[in-house]
Design a protein around this ligand. Structure first.
Ligand SMILES: Cc1ncc(COP(=O)(O)O)c(C=O)c1O
Length: 433
């Protein structure tokens, strides 16, 4: 009798030789009809719903999820499994600058899925090289390392700073968020995220955001780098004082300390320039290391760590990632970058962001104490908890989220239209006193 395993293999080889493999490819080449048009029916999610596994009881309890089960999206609209549509002002937490199911994004995903899926980093691949080149040209950096998320981009930045300087301490800011893997968590301020996992490494000293003198006072001969968000996101969208970044860079350069700009949330065109730091110091501000992720491939998993100067590079083996820089996702990210420019979405972010801020300010609501941010990265500071407003907006068909308990945070797709803004502003006016 033949061993069972060898029988299985024989069957699989026969299957691969015959039609189905080829047919599968052919069907992928066809862009689904009207990929950009919106359907309010849940579409092919029905098999998932009918399987009995459609609720989240098998997922770990990492997020306090809202009571909405989303199944599809188009542009700035998402649809739940009952067929109700919402205006998506969260945008995957700044992950979908092109919006959901943008036809050119869908076309790009399909095209790159037909190419190399993952050839490993043992080889050169054109897509990774091209994306690195484009990001360096935009950012003024010299080289890129690709990973799969924001926290990984920051892990790489911290390791790179340690490897290049031989020093092991960092400075970060109060209320900073840099990720949840252990290295990035060290630089994340919120005690409830950090405490259960202490002692953390590398050691990080925290100083108030926006205060260069505090950073100067905290520097030690063992400080490798300062890590900072050009606009803080998770803390409720906090914009630093005008010359903060430039003065910080001057301080770091005078003390031989590296400056890492975490653009994971503020980057990818959201604030009107591809990276927020590019709008500082009339082009004179250039950090030593830049990290990005979120919207880089319009929501597909990718992170990037960019660095300048001859010393800021890894040696083979010092760092790596199996998935990072794969041909598929870097190919899509390159197209997303081109589309942002071609469709003038950074300009639109500024236009629509200004309209939102002006409209909320003009309402003079008693329970709103401030509106702040830049482009489509906006925080609306409420007098108390922001959750009631968030929950009142949902039945009106508008999704927002809350940052730092008291701020409503808006990070919508950059394709937001005049009508979308009017709808958001109208709903906000109705539910907020
Ligand atoms: C500024 C900043 N850095 C890092 C991260 C972590 O990114 P990720 O969740 O992709 O690991 C986030 C996520 O919100 C962020 O806002």
């Amino acid at each position: 009798m033949k061993p069972v395993a060898s029988l299985h293999l024989k069957k699989e080889r026969a299957h691969l030789k015959s039609g189905p493999h080829v047919d599968a490819h052919a069907s992928l080449r066809t862009v689904p009809a009207k990929s950009g048009s919106y359907s309010s029916t849940p579409g092919n999610s029905s098999s998932v719903q009918n399987s009995g596994f459609s609720d989240s009881r098998f997922l770990m309890n990492t997020y306090a999820r809202y009571p909405v089960s989303l199944v599809s999206g188009n542009g700035c609209r998402v649809c739940d499994k009952t067929g109700k549509t919402f205006l998506d002002m969260i945008g995957g937490i700044a992950c979908v600058p092109l919006g959901h199911a943008h036809p050119r994004f869908v076309e790009s995903v399909q095209r790159h899925a037909l190419g190399l899926t993952n050839a490993s980093n043992l080889f050169h691949t054109e897509n990774a090289a091209r994306l690195a080149g484009k990001l360096c040209a935009i950012s003024g950096m010299d080289r890129a390392f690709f990973s799969n998320s924001g926290t990984e981009a920051n892990e790489a930045a911290l390791k790179l700073a340690m490897a290049a300087t031989g020093k092991k301490r960092f400075i970060a800011c109060t209320d900073a968020f840099h990720g949840r893997s252990l290295g990035s968590l060290s630089a994340t301020f919120e005690p409830k995220y950090r405490k259960p996992f202490e002692p953390l490494s590398p050691p990080v000293d925290f100083v108030p955001y926006g205060d260069v003198a505090a950073i100067k006072a905290a520097l030690t001969p063992r400080t490798a780098a300062v890590i900072v968000e050009p606009i803080q996101g998770e803390s409720g969208v906090i914009v630093p004082p005008e010359n903060y970044l430039l003065e910080l860079l001057e301080l770091c350069e005078s003390k031989d300390v590296l400056l890492i700009a975490d653009e994971v949330q503020s980057g990818n065109g959201r604030t009107g320039t591809y990276f927020e730091y590019l709008s500082h110091g009339g082009g004179r501000f250039k950090p030593h290391i830049v990290t990005t992720a979120k919207g880089l491939a319009n929501g597909l998993p990718i992170g990037a760590t960019l660095a300048r100067g001859i010393d800021l590079d890894f040696k083979p083996g010092q760092h790596g990632s199996t998935f990072g820089g794969n041909s598929f996702v870097t190919g899509v990210a390159s197209d997303v970058l081109d589309l942002l420019q071609k469709e003038k979405l950074m300009e639109n972010a500024v236009l629509q962001g200004n309209r939102i801020q002006a409209a909320i300010s003009q309402m003079n609501k008693k329970s709103v104490s401030a509106v702040r941010g830049k482009g489509l990265m906006i925080g609306i500071q409420m007098d108390g908890a922001a959750k009631p407003a968030m929950e009142a907006l949902r039945p009106k068909g508008v999704l927002v989220n809350v940052a730092h308990d008291c701020a409503i945070r808006l990070l919508p797709p950059l394709v937001l239209s005049n009508n979308d803004v009017n709808e958001f502003v109208g709903a906000f006016n109705e539910v907020v006193v």
